[in-house]
Design a binder for this molecule. Sequence first.
Ligand code: Z5A
Length: 220
Amino acid sequence: MRGRFITFEGGEGAGKSTQIRLLAKRLEKARLRALVTREPGGSPGAEAIRSALLAGIGKLIGGADAEALLFAAARDDHVRTLIEPALTRGEWVLCDRFYDSTRAYQGKLGAVSLGLLDALQQVTIGDMKPDLTVILDIPVEIGLARAAVRRGSDTPDRFESEAIDFHRGLREVFRQIAVDEPERCVLIDANAEPEEVADRVWQAVRLRLLEPARAGAKTA
Ligand code: Z5A
């Protein structure tokens, strides 16, 4: 049986990596194999592109359209070489960011046209959509403070260094995606202790993926 594909989205410091780790543990307890990955990156080719992107190459090579092309190139490699093969083997794939981040960062905030974004999406993933997208929602100030603590004395990356209005705009875009696609997305209040947020995520995974699969197996 094909595995399930879950993506995590949200602004800076929302807790995506933390929640993915906690969900992977719960899935393992339920005897489900989970592959944890991230975007940009996840495969050797895409990780090479990630380094350039987070160092700010998009600003050097012509701005938001060029940056969107690089995110798409990374996604193409990641989907073909890592995500699709794992789903085909029956594994669950938990991915830290996916195409909603392109729509939010490059689309809404970088002003890349919908036409270009649609074309890039078609080339990189075609009709393949996540089975579930968990959107972690927290006030911008709290997320940025968490990200700053984690970063310590390191320099903020290309996106972390944007102004606070940029981050407020991002939060609104992610919330709107959850409203527009309620069947695929669940919006989760992430302003709570990690284990409490993990309970909310697990509840969504159970209701939307695990229980329907069990019910389907019984009637088959
Ligand atoms: N990007 C894009 O522009 N277009 C695209 O298509 C894609 C991405 C795919 C990738 O950066 C950047 O690429 C990203 C968007 C852009 N922008 N930036 N910057 P990244 O992978 O380096 O970083 P990120 O995805 O933005 O992750 P993050 O926001 O920095 O972190 P997070 O994964 O959401 O959170 P975390 O690492 O789990 O937690 C952060 C800290 O908070 C850490 O110290 C935790 O211990 C702490 N934490 C976590 N949960 C809690 C709770 N519940 N309470 C208290 N403290 C907590």
